[in-house]
Design a protein around this ligand. Structure first.
Ligand SMILES: [Ca+2]
Length: 185
């Protein structure tokens, strides 16, 4: 009898866990994602007088076979840019997350995350250079209505995102992978 109760309890817990995972995945609405496994269609942000290159790499990657790398050959500003074809409502639950990697041999200065609204104004978040851990993948998750400056107003539209390394130096390198913009309900 006791054994049957234990089995029943385990069964109920398993059903509850499967149900939770199913509901959780069903209510998280992915608005945009890119793991760079199908190529790169991001733009390179760089001043005209500066030199930089952007390309897929196979090492290091966070997931799959590819990640996207920016190499600032000379200058101070370099970034990844993605204009979203679909205007995305910035609900209070809209989250932008991604993984980044900075090699210690060629560190960036700060990292800036910029989200552009319908007025083409930027909403920014800085990762200070002294907070960056080198030679390892780091995760960033930002609620666009709470973590950006100025914060997105609920109901505004997200038309583009940028991830860059301002105030950097020659030979700076920044690699990103698994970028996701989603509504977490
Ligand atoms: Ca990848």
């Amino acid at each position: 009898m006791c054994k049957r109760k234990v089995l029943l309890c385990c069964f109920v817990m398993a059903i509850a866990l499967v149900g939770y995972i199913f509901v959780r995945s069903a209510i998280a609405e992915v608005l945009f994602s890119d793991d760079f496994e199908k190529g790169n269609n991001w733009e390179l942000v760089v001043k005209p007088q500066e030199k930089a290159e952007q390309f897929l790499v196979t090492n290091p990657v966070h997931g799959g076979k590819y990640a996207l790398k920016n190499h600032l050959i000379s200058g101070e500003i370099c970034g990844f840019k993605k204009m979203l074809g679909l205007e995305v409502p910035a609900e209070s639950i809209t989250t932008l997350s991604f993984w980044y990697y900075v090699p210690s041999a060629e560190p960036v200065g700060n990292i800036i995350v910029r989200v552009r609204d319908m007025s083409l104004e930027f909403h920014d978040f800085y990762i200070q250079g002294d907070k960056i851990n080198f030679d390892k993948w780091e995760f960033v998750s930002l609620n666009v209505s709470k973590d950006l400056t100025p914060p997105f107003v609920v109901g505004d539209m997200i038309v583009g995102i940028e991830i860059g390394n301002p105030n950097s130096h020659d030979n700076s390198i920044l690699i990103i992978d698994d970028v996701i913009l989603e509504n977490k309900k």
